[in-house]
Design a protein around this ligand. Structure first.
Ligand code: ADP
Ligand code: MG
Length: 241
């Protein structure tokens, strides 16, 4: 099992954002996290790579309790890649340097090796030809594909995506979803917060529906989209489909 979450709570002051989430994600599984704005989707993802410290509960990654005090948080973050809505590429570095940076800095990978791995990844996301340009010269979709390649350069076991296409112009959404679909097919364990229901339906193995910090439903997509179990999910789907 890649990820196990046990009774996860997260509060910000008096605001109880996550209220007892328990779930497991198998190795190679793709899970889509869906739910109303403010339901805790981002907070849930951020807890999984310890960008947020849970208030209580446990999270295990590859069998290791990452919520334990003894855990090396930087190691966990290396193993759990994250892609955000806003790409946050380093503007003063070329595309290939963006991808090479973390392995060289954090893992002491040689420049030669980092470049080789980086070029392979740029090829994978269809941006080999852009290796030597600066982020400002890229479209939003291209920037997000670089951000994915940069994250993959650390060779993570798990990838988290938080609305990776929400900031993109509509015509660029597909090129990013295609890269994510390829990644899913390659066997990557993925948790994806998304409003792209087509992607969720086609690519995800499970839909996790969050409502007010609780896991209101956990169903295979074909079931979730045709026969949602909880009323809140029904209402949510009625509003967006
Ligand atoms: P979602 O991603 O589902 O829209 P979030 O996880 O971003 O929801 O947020 C859930 C709730 O937690 C929201 O009410 C949000 O304002 C609040 N929240 C998120 N992060 C913080 C923070 N760092 N400090 C205070 N409140 C936060
Ligand atoms: Mg969010």
């Amino acid at each position: 099992m890649a990820i196990k979450v046990e009774d996860l709570y997260k509060s910000f002051g008096s605001l109880n954002v996550l209220q007892g989430i328990s779930t497991e994600i198998d190795r190679g599984q793709v899970v889509a996290l869906i739910g109303p704005s403010g339901s805790g989707k981002s907070t849930f993802l951020r807890c999984m790579n310890l960008l947020e410290t849970p208030t209580s509960g446990k999270i295990f990654i590859d069998g290791v309790e990452v919520t334990s005090r003894k855990t090396d948080i930087m190691k966990v973050r290396q193993n759990v890649g994250m892609v955000f809505q806003h790409f946050n590429l380093f503007p003063h570095m070329t595309v290939i340097k963006n991808v090479m940076y973390a392995p060289m800095k954090v893992k002491n990978t040689s420049e030669e090796e980092a470049r080789k791995v980086g070029m392979d990844l740029l090829k994978k996301v269809g941006l080999e030809a852009k290796a030597n340009v600066y982020p400002a010269q890229l479209s939003g979709g291209q920037k997000q594909r670089v951000a994915i390649a940069r994250s993959l350069a650390m060779k993570p076991d798990i990838m988290l995506f938080d609305e990776p296409t929400s900031a993109l112009d509509p015509e660029m959404v597909k090129e990013v979803l295609d890269v994510m679909q390829d990644l899913a097919k390659s066997g990557m364990t993925m948790a994806v917060v998304t409003h792209e229901m087509g992607f969720a339906k086609e690519v995800a193995d499970r839909i996790l529906f969050l409502d007010q910090g609780k896991l209101a439903e956990d169903s295979p997509p074909e079931l979730f989209f045709s026969h949602p179990k909880c009323d809140r999910a029904k209402q949510f789907l009625d509003n967006i489909l």
